[in-house]
Design a protein around this ligand. Structure first.
Ligand code: HEM
Length: 203
């Protein structure tokens, strides 16, 4: 949901973004329907789908979070594509992550699962940012908020979401090594890319 200039060119590229959101939604629906039939009931399915939805959300988050840094550091066709479509990558991330929230909430409501107040508050605030970033991911909101405020919201929001990804996964590393280290390592590498890109621009 990081900034994006209106696309001037017509044709395929213009429609790629919305198509991406639809594709992600359809894949997610297929995954959840498949899981429901494998696990037999919604409650049996729940513990098995929360992690995969978080991982898919993380992959999309990292694509949006690193789009401009990758294009600055390694200009090329991937960076150009990611820059052009990062609004839609970000909206796809929001879609998947709100599904994660729905699953997590129903797990809390319908099962014995509990979470502490700080976890619920910290995670909940991430969704406040995510919601704000999603509803302002359009040109009218950029104009209304002003480019500076809009950028500030999306920067603070994305770093806060990054922190929650790290806070969720880093304490689990010893329990789920080596897979459990993947999200923290990619998360750290992503911030490294952003710092390197910032330095390159300042030179
Ligand atoms: C109050 C809100 C939230 C609650 C209660 C919650 C709860 C959960 C639960 C129960 C799981 C499954 C754990 C398992 O199967 O072992 C999970 C996975 C995960 N959640 Fe959430 N979540 C919340 C919000 C968030 C947010 C905002 C983020 C990121 C910004 C996030 C990132 C993750 C990640 C990365 C995983 C996978 C962890 C792993 O693979 O070890 N969650 N969450």
């Amino acid at each position: 949901m990081t900034g994006q200039k209106p696309q001037k060119s017509g044709g395929f590229a213009l429609n790629q973004g919305p198509t991406m959101i639809v594709c992600v939604g359809v894949l997610l629906a297929i995954f959840l329907a498949g899981s429901l039939s494998v696990w037999g009931s919604y409650l049996n399915m729940l513990p098995n789908v929360m992690k995969p939805t978080a991982w898919l959300a993380f992959a999309l988050f990292i694509m949006a979070f690193t789009a401009s840094s990758l294009q600055i550091l390694f200009p090329g066709s991937y960076g150009r594509w990611a820059m052009k479509n990062r609004r839609y990558i970000g909206l796809s991330f929001a879609l998947v992550h709100f599904i994660h929230a729905g699953l997590v909430l129903s797990n809390l409501i319908f099962t014995e699962a509990t979470r502490t107040a700080p976890v619920l508050t910290g995670g909940g605030l991430a969704y406040v940012f995510l919601g704000l970033m999603a509803i302002t991911s359009n040109n009218a909101s950029v104009r209304k908020l002003g480019a500076k405020n809009w950028k500030r919201l999306h920067k603070v929001g994305s770093y806060y979401i990054w922190v929650i990804f790290m806070a969720t996964t880093v304490p689990e590393i010893p329990l789920s090594w080596p897979m459990g280290a993947i999200i923290p390592l990619i998360g750290l590498a992503a911030v490294g890319l952003r710092i390197a890109a910032h330095h390159k621009l300042k030179k």
